[in-house]
Ligand binder design. Structure first.
Ligand code: HEM
Ligand SMILES: *[C@@H]1O[C@H](CO)[C@@H](O)[C@H](O)[C@H]1NC(C)=O
Length: 149
């Protein structure tokens, strides 16, 4: 028991000394998000949102449950080549609800917005949790609405 304690103490001491001598590198600055001018709160349609997929415009926007979020700070997730690039410039609601990147989760941009009417309760709960995560991290910069007829 005594030897075990000494062993554990040595490990802890080693970890602490290593932390002091070699501190973890500072978190790297998030993309070019900061240099962009502030976004004016705007109403988007699926078509006007689509160009904010990080290709032409450096800004990356994402729709969730009728809200639009500026996810530019998370460009490494949503920007071109990122794991969630499929959601950039799109209504991500269904994909988040079903935790799926399947392209079939995305409503074509010339179609009316997804009403999510067929989703199961547990899927809606999953979507709400994602929404809270996104709301906590990104700026709610607009609304996503159908095109006026
Ligand atoms: C192989 C399966 C997956 C792995 C290993 C994975 C891993 C991760 C990790 C490590 C993070 C945290 C990144 C960070 O904050 O630094 C993250 C965030 C996230 N994941 Fe996943 N994920 C997977 C699948 C999915 C799927 C299927 C979806 C939805 C379709 C999804 C949506 C998200 C979203 C929206 C975030 C938040 C990104 C942000 O902070 O803006 N993930 N994932
Ligand atoms: C992103 O939007 C541009 C138009 O702004 C388009 O040419 C390109 O195909 C889009 N990329 C994806 C992956 O949809």
């Amino acid at each position: 028991m005594f030897l075990v304690n000494i062993g554990l103490s040595l490990i802890v001491a080693f970890i602490i000394i290593r932390k002091v001598l070699f501190p973890a590198p500072e978190v790297i600055e998030e993309d070019e998000g900061e240099q962009l001018p502030p976004l004016v709160f705007t109403s988007y349609t699926p078509r006007t949102l689509a160009k904010f997929n990080g290709t032409d415009d450096p800004r990356v926007l994402m729709g969730v449950k009728g809200k639009v979020y500026d996810v530019t700070a998370g460009k490494k997730f949503y920007g071109p080549g990122g794991p969630y690039e499929n959601f950039a410039g799109r209504d991500a609601s269904r994909g988040l609800a079903k935790t799926s990147f399947d392209p079939a989760m995305l409503t074509p941009i010339d179609q009316p917005l997804d009403t999510l009417a067929d989703l199961e309760n547990h899927e809606l709960e999953t979507l709400d949790k994602w929404e809270m995560t996104i709301e906590a991290k990104y700026i709610h910069c607009g609304v996503l609405e159908n095109e006026k007829a």
